[in-house]
Design a protein around this ligand. Structure first.
Ligand SMILES: *Cc1c(COP(=O)(O)O)cnc(C)c1O
Length: 487
């Protein structure tokens, strides 16, 4: 099956898709306008193909990729839900897609109104007072939020706060963002129920604490019940509370980070709010904060006076964190998603996401180990540790075997505190039939592991490429094609 040629290999000299009329400007005229150093010495090497072969090439490629439009995609922590097509259609309206960032405020009132409206909706959903829409991804939002925390402490001449506390169940971007923002990262251990170890937190919080980064529900899919105690401990120590809201899918319309005591929040619009996620973007990671931090927000923010919208720079802004105004088309999709679902619809989406995760968790708890008891929120974590000891089949083997059944595997080996972890997030957009089918597939694979473990080690067999050497692929990726002439 792995016989697909690159377009460069299909190329034949002179073959064309279309034949434009020949140019009526003298040859060499365009080149005469450019400085000699900017000119090519030879024409670019482009594949030369007929139109039908181009169409077949890309159609074949599209069939080899897997997405939410192909099948079940329970990649935990990533919220690979179906995103309504209407959001795409609205983002493609010429008034949004043909606008230019340098057009000026007067000509962009509609776009500014949308950004203003979206900021307001996100404030309402999260319980924050102000938002920046600029950050281009979740991790970018974390870094921006940490700069807000740093600016806050600096504004109070409190230079002793050098440490960010991060629970050991956190998403890997949390400690990375804290380090990038110049902080020392102090891990906080988890308690046996999967929540934060309160006694440990009490010992670790102190005059050097700049803040705590917390995901709630955490990466085990569990709601942190002691959140009020946690907020009190961090605030009493003089630190601020950062909420990783990448996965807001579990709580929209049900609880708000602001009401839990958080000071800063980032949201992944590309997980929860109508933008497809994956393939490298574009994403959007807006950051919200309480009023006392709003003066530090990145510029620009949108202000409304009377019926007029304008860009403004917050008085003590940390500066710009991205070019222009963030990934605008993603903002359009998020606003479309929020307005089309409405307050009731958003709550219902979260309730369904939680219901689906609990349904699957309870159906699979006898099939694989459930290391932390639910009820879960939008996702749950199983462990293949015992199965591996018994049969030699690992979480990786189960995942590869799922590919042969037309399903994307769950997130594996994360969170790090669970051995042989499989982190399953079914999302709200799946039908009961799809959930039942996924449960049946996973149960069958586990049964195969007991009966014929060797078969599992050979999966996947039906995909364009079989089992890859993942270490080699990560350490020595071959991402550049070498032409025969070595060019
Ligand atoms: C996805 C995710 C992030 C990072 O978001 P990116 O847009 O990939 O940078 C951070 N935290 C959690 C909990 C996430 O699930």
């Amino acid at each position: 099956m792995n016989d697909m040629k690159l377009s460069f290999e299909k190329s034949r000299p002179g073959r064309r898709c279309s034949s434009p009329p020949s140019a009526d400007i003298p040859q060499g005229y365009a080149a005469s306008l450019l400085p000699a150093g900017a000119l090519r010495s030879k024409p670019p090497r482009l594949p030369e193909m007929s139109e039908v072969d181009v169409v077949r090439h890309y159609t074949a490629l599209s069939r080899r990729s897997f997405g939410v439009d192909n099948g079940f995609y329970p990649l935990g922590s990533c919220t690979m839900k179906y995103n309504p097509r209407i959001s795409e259609e609205l983002a493609a309206l010429p008034g949004f897609s043909d606008t230019h960032p340098l057009e000026g405020e007067a000509a962009s009132q509609g776009c500014l109104a949308l950004m203003h409206g979206l900021s307001g909706a996100l404030c309402e959903i999260t319980g924050m007072d102000a938002f920046t829409l600029a950050p281009a991804a979740g991790a970018h939002g974390e870094w921006t939020g940490l700069l807000l925390i740093r600016a806050w402490h600096e504004s109070r001449d409190d230079s002793a706060r050098t440490t960010i506390l991060v629970p050991d169940s956190a998403h890997g971007t949390n400690p990375a963002s804290a380090a990038l923002a110049g902080y020392r990262v102090q891990p906080v251990p988890s308690a046996s129920d999967g929540g934060v170890d309160i006694d440990a937190l009490r010992r670790l919080a102190g005059p050097d604490t700049a803040g705590l980064m917390l995901t709630n529900p955490n990466t085990l899919g569990l709601f942190e019940r002691r959140i009020e105690d946690i907020a009190a401990i961090v605030h009493n120590a003089g630190g601020l509370l950062y909420y990783d809201g990448a996965n807001l899918n579990a709580i929209m319309g049900l609880v708000r980070p602001g009401d839990m005591g958080f000071d800063v929040v980032h949201i992944n619009l590309h997980k929860t709010f109508g933008t497809p996620h994956g393939g490298g973007g574009p994403g959007s990671g807006p950051v919200g904060c309480r009023a006392r931090l709003a003066d530090f927000l990145p510029s620009p923010i949108v202000r409304k006076e009377g019926d007029t919208y304008s860009f403004a720079e917050p008085p003590r802004s940390i500066g710009r964190v991205t070019g222009f105004y963030g990934n605008f088309a993603v903002l359009v999709k998020a606003y479309a998603y929020i307005l089309s679902l409405g307050a009731d619809g958003l709550r219902e989406a979260s309730e369904c996401a939680v219901l689906h995760a609990n349904y699957m968790m309870n159906s699979l708890r006898g099939v694989l180990e459930l290391p932390y008891e639910g009820p879960c929120m939008h996702e749950f974590v199983l462990s293949a540790r015992a199965l591996r000891e018994e049969t030699g089949c690992s979480a990786l083997d189960i995942s590869k075997a799922m590919l042969d059944q037309g399903m994307h595997p769950p997130t594996m080996y994360f969170p790090l505190i669970v051995a042989e972890a499989l982190m399953i997030e079914p999302t709200e957009t799946e039908s009961p039939e799809t959930l039942d089918e996924a449960i049946r597939v996973i149960a069958n694979i586990v049964e195969t592991a007991r009966r014929d473990p060797a078969a599992l080690h050979e999966a996947p067999r039906t995909t364009p490429v079989g089992r890859l050497n993942e270490v080699e692929a990560a350490r020595r990726p071959v991402v550049r094609y070498s032409f025969e002439d070595g060019d």
